[in-house]
Design a protein around this ligand. Structure first.
Ligand SMILES: O=C(O)C(=O)[C@H](O)CO
Ligand SMILES: [Mg+2]
Length: 283
């Protein structure tokens, strides 16, 4: 039976951020994830988690510096992380330190570290980009291990994030092997995987049994809406995750097709009932 968590950067966006926790709990989610908590004091978020009996499943390290407004402005301007960017290692380290402080306060054991877009100055020198990514991840994994946190890296499709460095599952698992840290795992977003590679079931069969898929996310393809339409057959895919004994969370990272008005997320959640049936009844 999949354990679904609500991505609060995509769901319930008609509500102020701190009110999305209660909405997710009301609709039956046991956990939440989102992009960035940094606009709020960690204790305010911890309170919402506690009030609603929710697990903080994961969030992202900032994509720029330690300042929340600057981070949001950088994200809005297209910044997608620093881990692979040569010359910005010190800034990368400040983002990881801040994220780990939040992880501790939120009792969150997983942190997604975005790879970043390959800077145009380094487009012809991917070896330097790769070496920076590897050494930044090694450093970050050591810091995270001291906090009992698992780091995640996520292959992302280049239609949504042009120039993003990490785009394929095999690339991500090769990085894991190179970095050699036990607390580095892959965030396998099936929406991105289908767009970049397809053959999703075979990829699940290859990688879930390795124990290195730390988190899965879902959305329909190509619309990135509820997982009950589009080219991926989620009843089959989610039953396959059960067959493979995947024990992590499944993040619902989609935009409700009814938009962002009051009730749109809840109205779109009928799909979740189907997955509460025993896997053997889904074909
Ligand atoms: O965009 C995605 O798919 C994600 O999961 C990330 O958190 C991007 O920030
Ligand atoms: Mg994702």
């Amino acid at each position: 039976m999949p354990r679904f968590c609500a991505n609060l950067s995509f769901l319930y966006t008609e509500l102020p951020f701190l009110d999305r926790f209660a909405a997710a709990a009301r609709d039956g989610f046991a956990g939440v994830e989102y992009f960035f908590p940094y606009g709020h004091a960690p204790q305010d978020i911890a309170q919402r988690l506690a009030d609603n009996g929710l697990v903080q499943v994961l969030f992202n390290a900032p994509v720029a510096g330690p300042d929340s407004a600057a981070n949001q402005a950088a994200w809005d301007a297209g910044a997608r992380g620093l881990a692979c960017v040569p010359g910005r290692e010190a800034e990368f380290q400040t983002t990881v330190r801040l994220a780990l402080e939040y992880a501790q306060a939120l009792q969150c054991t997983q942190l997604h570290v975005l790879a970043g877009v390959v800077p145009s100055a380094h487009a012809a020198d991917l070896a330097a980009v790769h070496a920076t990514y590897r050494s930044n991840l090694r450093w970050a994994c050591a810091q995270a291990a001291a906090h009992g946190v698992q780091l995640l890296i996520e292959p992302i499709n280049t239609r949504d994030m042009p120039g993003y460095y990490l785009t394929r599952q095999d690339q991500a698992h090769a990085i894991l092997a190179e970095v050699g840290a036990a607390n580095l795992h892959v965030q396998m977003d099936l929406y991105h995987c289908q767009i970049m590679e397809g053959d999703v079931t075979t990829k699940l069969r290859s990688y879930v049994p390795t124990g290195r898929v730390g988190h899965v996310q879902i959305a329909s393809v190509p619309m990135r809406q509820e997982p009950d339409q589009g080219e991926l057959n989620y009843p089959f895919v989610l039953a396959e995750l059960d067959r493979l004994a995947y024990r992590g969370w499944v993040g619902c990272e989609y935009r409700p097709r009814l938009g962002a008005h009051n009730g749109a997320t809840q109205a779109g959640l009928a799909w979740m009932q189907a997955y509460r049936k025993p896997a053997s009844t889904i074909s």
